[in-house]
Design a protein around this ligand. Sequence first.
Ligand code: SAM
Length: 278
Amino acid sequence: MTDPARNETVRTFYGEMPFNYWSDVSQAANSVRSNPLQAYCDLDDLLEGMQTPSVLEIGCGAGWASNSLALHYGANVTAVDFTATALDRAREVSAHLGLEAQTRFIESDLFRFETEQTFDLVLSIGVLHHTHDCRRAFAKAASFVKPGGYLFVGLYHLYGRRPFLGMFHDILATEGEEAAFDRYAALHSQSQDATHVKSWFRDQVLHPQETQHSLEEVMGWLDDAGFALLSTNLNGYDDVSDRANMIETEKTFEALSNQRNRIEGRYFPGFFTVLAQR
Ligand SMILES: C[S@@+](CC[C@H](N)C(=O)[O-])C[C@H]1O[C@@H](n2cnc3c(N)ncnc32)[C@H](O)[C@@H]1O
C-alpha cells in the first residue's frame, strides 16, 4: 500500500478511539506504574544499564511506553504521534505521575517530523506497519539514532499474523462483529476495563491499514541503515549470528500461531520486535 492518503484514514481511525486506551487516567497511570516495558526483556536490560537516556518514541499513542521510560529508567523522552486524543491522554498520565519535566509529546505525522537532535534510543512499537510505507518509516525512525545508539521496533509478523487475522476474518464474515469481539475479549482476559479491551480489539482486528513483515526483510533494512541486530523475541532473545537459521525458524510461526490461536485458544497476535545498534 503506497498511497499516502492511507495515513489520513489511520489518523481518523485512532481519532475515534486510540489504541491501549483506558477508561480513566488513573488506570492508565497504574498500568505505567507496573512497568509494562519489562515484557521486552532485551529493552529492559539495555535501559537498566543506561544513565538518563535520551529517547525518541515514534507513534507513542496514549503514552504508556514514553511514560514508563521516564518513570522507571529516568529517560528524557520526546514522543511523536499524529492522534491528538492519544497525545492528550499521554500528557494527562505524565502529569498524573509527575513526569512533565521528562516528557514532551508532539503532534506530528512521523514522515513530517524533523529535529536536529539524535537520541540514545529510538523506539516505535506497533506503528510503522500502519503507515503507507513501512520501509520508509523504518528508515526515518533509524535516522534519529545517535552513532552507537539503539533502535527498538515492533512490527506485525508476516508468518505469525496470518492465522490470527484469518481466524477473526472468518468470525467477522460468518457471525459478525459482536461475536468477533466476544472471542477477542475471551483471549484478552487480562483486562477488566471494557474501553481498554475495545481499543485493543479495534486496533488488532478491525484496522483499516496494516502490513506484515519478516525478520529476513527487517534484517535487510537494518543492513541498509548501518545497524547491527542485537536481539529479537522471535528466537527468545537468543544469539542472532545464525541468520539462515532464524529465517527458517520464523517460517514455523505460521503453524505455531495456528496452534495457539485456533487450537489452544491462546492469544498470539503475530508481533515481533528487534533491538539493533547503530
Ligand atoms: C497501535 S498504535 C501504537 C501506539 C503505541 N506505540 C503503543 O504501543 O501503544 C499506533 C499509533 O501510531 C500512530 N501513527 C500511525 N501512523 C502514524 C504516522 N504516520 N505519524 C504519526 N503517528 C502515526 C497512531 O496515531 C497510533 O497512536
